[in-house]
Write a new protein. Structure first.
Lengths: 59, 591
């Protein structure tokens, strides 16, 4: 069972990632493709890494 | 609906709506680099040419809009041929007879059988009355019965060419032009039947003479400082920089104060877009009164939230000249003994004028000491707090024990102790400045000594903290720029708070934030931390440490000056025995 505070934290992270992705799309439209790809990468890592550490990693 | 919009705003990125900030780019007519560099970059040159063309177009646009703005602001001729009408307007504009110090001198110019009425206006106290008597009134009143033709055009020409011997005689078509001249120590001459008035520069302002600069003292180098007179200041600059391309443009700022200002730059060095931007910013200021360049600085700076100054204010003409030769622009203002120079970088605010006059090992030593002083002024109390509160392992155990035993009887936490001492120090400094006469500094020192000693004996603060605060104070005095000293004093308190919260972690966070802030800042389109970040190419050799003067061949790359090189590769040509001293130096010149 995932604790409630973890769910809140993940929801916040998802919001941040969503905003970052929307920024990446704007950058993509401005023809900065490499920058956009890196921003998508950062957004994905910013969600996956904390989720992995919070939920799946055994201490 | 409103909530939906807010959520959407929070979740989606929106393109910033603000206007693009001014960025100083390479000038279209600049040589920029060495010839050899250009040859190497032949492939890139085509691309650069296209960019240059685009820039040129932009520049022309700026110039056009400037001209348009100028022409919009230009007033229509409003001087009447009726002398009584002109007198009425002048009396109305100057609130006569309420205004006591404006002199209106009526007189007649006798021409053959007829008499032409005229009047002269000037402010008592702003003009040299002897010049008015000898060069204006005497010729006009005594040289009567002259062969003057009856039509207005000829009277105007005749008076200008034959009667008035004054060296600075101008014709004005509007009352405002006359009024501006009169306020700036001139006099206005209205003649019946002419729709043009004459203005003559007869100023003699009450003011101090050229003295030593008070805040930028040097041991080696010129000892002259600016005064409050605009023309005296521009003269001091011209006296040193006898470059025929040195331009002085006049601008009036302030709807009511009508303060005359001058923009100075070297035409074939300064980037055109930089000059246009300075002109644009100054012309766009809408304010009633402006008294000093300190106010003007706040009107034209890029980022008001940045703690450090983004404009250099100096009272040394030699410093202004040296910066003008690098392609910067100076702003001189009537009534202010400080001249502004733009753009400025973080390095410039750490330099003293003396650096250029001392041999390079000496000035480099001074620069290193100044950097250390800056770090101490900014971080020493914060580091002290971090070490004593969080990171005991960083100092030798004996020293730690000494600090702790000294603090044993102090009842406050160390952060309170630090704040107490820092605030006391600032208080002594401020009081020392405000106390009149020579007592001020003495009282400051005595106050500090007595207060420090008493505070230690009363167990309010520990002795080691007195040392820390004293060294911090000394460090802040070693920063040559007055405004930058203020900036670091403010930031120091921020670092103390961060250090009290989380020790070195807080200091690091503070440094990162400060770094981001500085790196993001620009001064008239030039990144504030250049040439360090962004690192600029080229052999500019006066960045953090300086090379010998004969090796300082190039101008700062970030200035994007029209001419990148200021002296040839071998400036000390005497080292080559084959060089004939009579030979023209045009071959190797910077062009």
């Amino acid at each position: 069972m995932i604790p409630v505070e973890y769910i809140v934290l993940i929801a916040f992270l998802l919001c941040v990632a969503f905003y970052t992705v929307s920024y990446g799309i704007w950058i993509w439209k401005k023809r900065n493709r490499l920058g956009a790809v890196m921003i998508f990468l950062v957004a994905i890592i910013a969600v996956i890494l904390p989720i992995y550490i919070l939920i799946f990693r055994e201490v | 609906m409103d909530i939906k919009k807010r959520i959407k705003n929070l979740l989606f990125f929106h393109e910033p709506q603000m206007e693009k900030p001014f960025i100083l780019k390479e000038d279209s007519s600049s040589d920029g680099r060495d010839n050899s560099d250009i040859e190497k970059n032949k492939e890139g040159s085509r691309k650069k040419k296209n960019e240059d063309l685009l820039l040129l177009k932009k520049l022309e646009k700026i110039k056009l809009t400037d001209k348009k703005e100028g022409s919009d602001k230009e007033e229509k001729p409003d001087i009447s041929k009726q002398l009584s009408e002109n007198k009425r307007v002048i009396e109305e504009r100057f609130s006569i007879p309420l205004n006591g110090d404006l002199i209106i001198r009526k007189f007649d110019i006798t021409v053959k059988d007829s008499v032409i009425a005229a009047f002269l206006i000037f402010f008592d106290g702003l003009v040299d009355t002897k010049v008015i008597n000898d060069d204006i009134l005497q010729p006009l009143m005594l040289l009567s019965n002259l062969d003057i033709k009856s039509d207005g055009e000829n009277i105007l020409n005749y008076i200008r060419s034959h009667i008035l011997p004054h060296n600075q005689l101008k014709e004005a078509r509007t009352h405002q032009e006359v009024i501006d001249e009169v306020y700036f120590g001139g006099c206005g001459l209205y003649i019946d039947g002419l729709d043009t008035a004459f203005t003559a520069d007869v100023k003699e302002f009450p003011g101090r003479s050229v003295e030593r600069p008070n805040n930028e003292l040097v041991i080696r180098g010129p000892q002259e400082g600016f005064t409050e007179s605009l023309r005296s200041n521009t003269g001091l600059i011209r006296k040193r920089l006898m470059d025929q391309k040195l331009i002085t443009e006049n601008i009036i700022i302030g709807r009511r104060s009508r303060t005359p200002c001058s923009i100075m730059y070297v035409k074939d060095i300064a980037n055109d877009s930089l000059v246009a931007e300075v002109r644009r910013r100054l012309k766009s200021i809408e304010v009633d009164h402006i008294m000093d360049t300190g106010e003007l600085e706040q009107f034209i700076e890029d980022d008001p939230s940045l703690p450090t100054p983004q404009v250099m204010a100096t009272e040394r003409p030699d410093r202004v000249c040296s910066m003008l030769t690098e392609g910067r622009v100076a702003i001189v203002m009537h009534g202010s003994p400080f001249v502004l120079v733009v753009p400025v970088t973080s390095n410039d605010i750490m330099y003293s004028a003396e650096d250029q006059y001392l041999r390079f090992p000496y000035s480099n030593l001074l620069r290193i000491i100044r950097i250390l002083a800056l770090l101490m002024s900014l971080l020493l109390p914060a580091i002290f707090l971090a070490i004593t509160n969080y990171h005991h392992e960083m100092i030798p155990t004996d020293l730690l024990l000494a600090i702790l035993s000294a603090r044993e009887k102090v009842p406050f936490p160390s952060v309170v102790e630090v704040f107490l001492m820092e605030i006391s120090f600032e208080l002594i400094r401020e009081a020392g400045i405000r106390i009149p006469g020579p007592i001020g500094p003495t009282l400051g020192i005595i106050g500090a000594l007595i207060l420090g000693q008493a505070a230690v004996e009363a167990n309010i603060v520990s002795p080691i903290l007195i040392i820390v605060v004293a060294v911090t104070g000394l460090g802040s005095f070693a920063i040559p720029n007055f405004s930058a000293g203020f900036a670091f004093r403010i930031l120091r308190f921020g670092f103390i708070i961060l250090s009290a919260i989380s020790g070195f972690l807080g200091i690091t966070v503070g440094l990162v934030l400060m770094g981001l802030w500085m790196v993001n800042a620009k001064s008239f389109g030039v990144p504030f931390v250049s040439p360090v970040a962004p690192r600029t190419s080229g052999g500019f050799s006066d960045a953090v440490l300086k090379s010998p003067v004969w090796k300082q061949e190039k101008r700062p790359d970030y200035m994007n000056a029209k001419k990148g090189r200021k002296q040839p590769h071998i400036s000390r040509r005497w080292i080559n025995r084959d060089v004939d001293s009579n030979k023209s130096d045009s071959e190797d010149n910077n062009g």
